[in-house]
Write a protein that binds this ligand. Structure first.
Ligand code: BV8
Ligand code: ZN
Length: 263
């Protein structure tokens, strides 16, 4: 509320929060500003503020099934319709989801840096929607259907899916989500590109991941062991937080816009 002479009243709580935030971000921000080669790894936490359930948050359960139970070949062989109902549910949630300030801050950082790679564990496609370019989707993408027989990959954004389970438009065989399930190896080409991006970077930024699922959980440690500076942004500490150089606790949608803001 503006009162003459134009004294602006700040809510001290927000002001203190902002000042404290600026303080704990000053050093990592300087490190990021100085670097020209940056590699980022994101997890479900960066999409939480876009309304996408995380895996380990209480809302990570679907019909009493744990993600690991449904995201597996065994589950698909046992009941492909059930697995597809789960992906149809997740696509339904993601269909109207919009990227948040955390996603956009990483687009800004990519525009500022000569070498930037964004590795994501997320299959929601929100980084692309925000405008990120150099993306490695290490666990695939839920908007792609891969044929279990001829291997053709179809882009599909139908919500709900017309047919559960969907069939291949080329050979009529069963379609599966083009994602990496638990117990499935990640294609070597993808692992190679990630290791090259880690090898080449000066700073690795790890955002919104619990650091439980391998091999993603080891990426930060590989960066540490190869002399890179590793900065973590996460709502809570993770098993690797103490091994990283800096761990900033808080919401990525609040922290990244400040951290990635170019001077
Ligand atoms: C493989 C695609 C070779 C599908 C996914 C025993 C020991 C070690 C490893 C294993 C083991 N047994 C089996 C394994 C291997 C297994 C694994 O790691 N299992 C875990 C559970 C122990 N890994 C595999 O199977 C991988 N393949 O290893 O092949 C092999 C083969 C056979 C046997 C051995 C080895 C394949 C893994 C890929 C699986 N596919 N997704 C789909 O999505 O449906 S994994 C999926 O879960 C996601 O992609 C992601 O990777 C993971 C979820 O983790 P996060 O993204 O980190 O999300 P989470 O909810 O956990 O955490 C969110 C974080 O954000 C929290 O910390 C929270 O505090 C924070 N947060 C929340 N809100 C915010 C926030 N932070 C900031 N701001 C906010 N607003
Ligand atoms: Zn086919």
């Amino acid at each position: 509320m503006l009162t003459k002479p134009y004294e602006v009243r700040f809510n001290s709580h927000i002001l203190n929060k902002l000042i404290k935030m600026e303080d704990k971000i000053r050093e990592p921000k300087e490190i990021l500003d100085r670097a020209s080669n940056i590699t980022v790894l994101t997890g479900a936490g960066i999409s939480a503020e876009s309304g996408i359930p995380t895996f380990r948050g209480e809302e990570g359960l679907w019909k009493k099934f744990r993600s690991e139970e449904l995201a597996s070949q065994e589950a698909f062989q046992r009941n492909p319709k059930l697995v597809w109902e789960w992906y149809d549910w997740r696509r339904g949630i993601a269909k109207d989801a919009k990227p948040n300030l955390g996603h956009y801050a990483l687009v800004n950082l990519e525009n500022e840096k000569s070498n930037f790679t964004l590795v994501t564990q997320n299959i929601d496609g929100l980084h692309q929607l925000a405008g990120s370019r150099n993306i490695i989707e290490m666990h695939g993408n839920q908007w792609q259907i891969r044929c279990t027989s001829c291997g053709i990959i179809e882009q599909n954004h139908d919500v709900p899916l017309n047919e559960l389970p969907p069939k291949c438009k080329n050979c009529g065989a069963l379609g599966r989500p083009n994602v990496v399930w638990f117990g499935e190896i990640i294609p070597m080409a993808i692992i190679d590109n990630i290791l090259i991006a880690i090898e080449r970077c000066e700073v690795m930024l790890i955002v919104g991941t619990s650091g439980v699922v391998e091999p993603a959980a080891s990426m930060g440690l590989i960066a540490k062991h190869t002399g890179k500076t590793v900065i973590e942004v996460n709502l809570e500490t993770t098993p690797n937080s103490s091994l990283y150089d800096i761990s900033i606790l808080g919401k990525s949608g609040e922290i990244l816009p400040i951290l990635c803001k170019s001077n």
